[in-house]
Structure formats: structure tokens, C-alpha cells
Design a protein around this ligand. Sequence first.
Ligand code: FES
Length: 209
Amino acid sequence: MSSPIATWSAEGQERAQQLLALYPDKRSAVMPLLYVASLEHGHVTNEGMQQVAELIGVTATQVRSVATFYTMYKHEPVGRYLVSVCTSISCHLLGGDEVLDAACGAAGVEVGGTSEDDLVTVERVECIGACGGAPAVQVNYELIEGVTDIKAIDLIDWLRNTTPEVVLADELQQLFGGQKSFDWGVPEPDGAIAPVPAFGPYGSAEEGR
Ligand code: FES
């Protein structure tokens, strides 16, 4: 019987095998495997969920229950850069809604929309755990703290003009951030290469090493 992920790229298949090898119980790999499936299909699809289910020996419904619970799994296509603006209480009080409006205006989208060139999606998110550095924004889940509406416009323009291969929190913070909640200490070595989290072995600039 052929592998359920035989149609995935060689890289995707390798990532999947790496993930499966990490867990004594392969069901535990469901969440990272959903990100790999997202990279393969562009977003979470029925086919991708079925493939993950077969890989880990559960039903597609069980995989769907995970994929529909967490908002970071996208069931529709998103742009190359997913800009997530927090408007929960701390960020709201310090201008998060203005940041969101500015980002949407610069991208030419409504909240949750994707620009015509498929480059930028702007979404509203609940607290992303950076309340001390509010207003907080993420680009492909790389964090920026202390963002203003003006900086949000600069950020969208920069993404458009430079189309970075890798999005790195430290660089974003330096260019578009303000007050940080605390010194992050060690610079982050790897950034995000797609709208999935940058902790390997999926979606990170570490791939290929
Ligand atoms: S309220 Fe925005 S990061 Fe917590």
C-alpha cells in the first residue's frame, strides 16, 4: 500500500517522518503534521486532514476536531505574510484597533482579507501573550511589540517592497517595534518561511541544514 503522503514533496515527506520519529505515540504528532500538510496544500484541506489521519492511525474526524479548534490552522488560503494584530484588552487600550485599521488600509483589505497580489493577509487575533509589549503584532507568528499605526503601515510597505524569504522577530522588532515587554536575551536564530510557526522541523529557516 502506498504512503498516504506519497504526493507530498520530498521535503514534506521527510519532515513528516522526522516528526513521527519524535513521538512514542504517533498520534501526538497531529499538530505539527497539520502544519506540514498546510505547507503542502497551501492551507488545511480535507485531503490534508485525511492524509494526516492515515499517517497517525486515527480518523479524519479526529484530525478535524484538532484542526478546527485552533485558529492558527487556516482552512482558507492566506497570503505569503500573515499579519496578526492583537486587539484584546491590553492592546486595545494602547491602540491595537488603530494598528489593525492602519494595517488593513495599507494592505487594501478588510479584516481577515488577503491582498489582491496574495502577498498579505491581515487578521484580528485574541491575546498573543505579549500584553506587556502592547500593542502586539505577529508576521507569520514572529512577534513585534509596541507597534504604532504608522509603523504598521511601514511594515506592510516593507513586506511588499522587500518580500523577505525569512521573517525574523528580532529584525521586525528593530524596524517596526517600540517598547518591549522584556529583553528577549538570545537572538532568535531561525525565522519563519511561511505562515506557519517557525519552530522546526516545519516552516523554519532551519530547514535544509
Ligand atoms: S492583549 Fe494583546 S498580547 Fe495580550
